[in-house]
Design a protein around this ligand. Structure first.
Ligand SMILES: [Zn+2]
Length: 321
């Protein structure tokens, strides 16, 4: 038996075939973001390729799990909406079950990545795992005893929208001062824009002014590596906010492990020290002593691997009837 897991993101659709706990093969295409149909066609293409690979090995497909960047109605298996994909009220589970005649489970991409990291990545062997994806935004999930904490309508586990500073900058969710608005990739890039407006001069600001549109958090990391003091200060602040966020999560969930992944991990060495200082200051001693904060071991595979595990790992709570 083999299960297929597919991660549908704004730029890439990545799939894996999972044979037991082993990745049998991988498949990746760029997302054609034009229309809902073009996204579905890309997804079906990846699923068909993986199905053919499984069958050529003489194996049977047990299920297909799909993680989608967006808000998911887990009960109905549909995508309510997505900030990065042109999908609205799309009954994705039904479409895929009809097409592939197998069990299909659809969930949020960050939940899927959390499940993958908890069961087969850096959280393997731990019962209480909090996972954070530090990218343009900040996503994540909470896995307890191998089960995702989904909440009553499936929207639990949004650590990026945990409030760090109630009078902080406006967030994409409509709130203020969320962890994502303080330490996410888009938020720290916005700090550079503010500095530019103030007329600050440094190698980083010089690069920013040449092409503000293409300047991203990755550029901040590169300038921090080069010693730019503004880049270092922005990442130090982001690390401090991240430490506060992790402390809150540790105080609430008392996890064995907090796993970190995502593009910002490339700059993590510039955030680590300030993160640890604020984490120490804000966390409950007993919980702090029992937790490890570690980097993801699955990396880009966490999303598709976790998606493949979705059908066999039910949620902790969906709705208590
Ligand atoms: Zn928010």
């Amino acid at each position: 038996l083999a299960s297929i897991g597919i991660d549908v993101g704004g730029t890439k659709i990545g799939g894996v075939v999972l044979e037991g706990e082993t990745i049998g093969s991988r498949n990746r295409v760029n997302t054609d973001n034009g229309t809902s149909d073009s996204v579905i066609d890309g997804l079906i293409g990846v699923a068909e390729k993986m199905t053919a690979e499984v069958q050529s090995k003489g194996l049977q497909i047990e299920s297909i799990g799909i993680g989608v960047a967006g808000f998911i109605d887990f009960q109905r298996g549909s995508v309510t909406e997505s900030p990065n994909l042109p999908l609205v009220d799309l009954p994705l589970r039904d479409i895929m079950e009809k097409r592939f005649e197998t069990t299909v489970v659809v969930d949020n991409d960050a939940n899927a990545a959390a499940l993958g990291e908890a069961l087969l990545g850096a959280g393997k062997g731990s019962d209480y795992v909090v996972h954070l994806t530090l990218g343009t935004g900040i996503g994540g999930g909470i896995v307890i005893g191998g089960r995702l904490l989904r909440g009553c309508v499936g929207t639990a586990g949004e650590p990026g929208h945990m409030v760090i500073c109630e009078e902080g900058p406006r967030c994409t969710c409509g709130g203020r001062g969320c962890l994502e608005a303080m330490a996410g990739g888009w938020a720290i890039t916005a700090r550079v824009r503010e500095l530019s407006r103030k007329g600050v001069a440094s190698p980083m600001l010089e690069e920013f002014r040449k092409d503000p549109e293409r300047f991203s958090a990755r550029n901040i990391g590169m300038h921090a590596d080069g010693g730019d003091r503004f880049a270092l200060s922005i990442l130090k602040d982001a690390g401090r906010h991240l430490g506060v966020g992790i402390a809150s999560l540790v105080n609430i969930f008392n996890p064995d492990v907090v796993t970190l992944s995502g593009g910002l991990m490339g700059s993590f060495e510039h955030m680590r020290e300030s993160m640890l200082i604020s984490f120490e200051a804000q966390s409950i001693a007993a919980s702090r002593k029992s937790v490890q904060i570690v980097a993801s071991t699955l990396g880009d595979d966490a999303g598709p691997v976790g998606a493949a595990l979705l059908p066999s790992a039910p949620g902790l709570i969906q709705r208590i009837e």
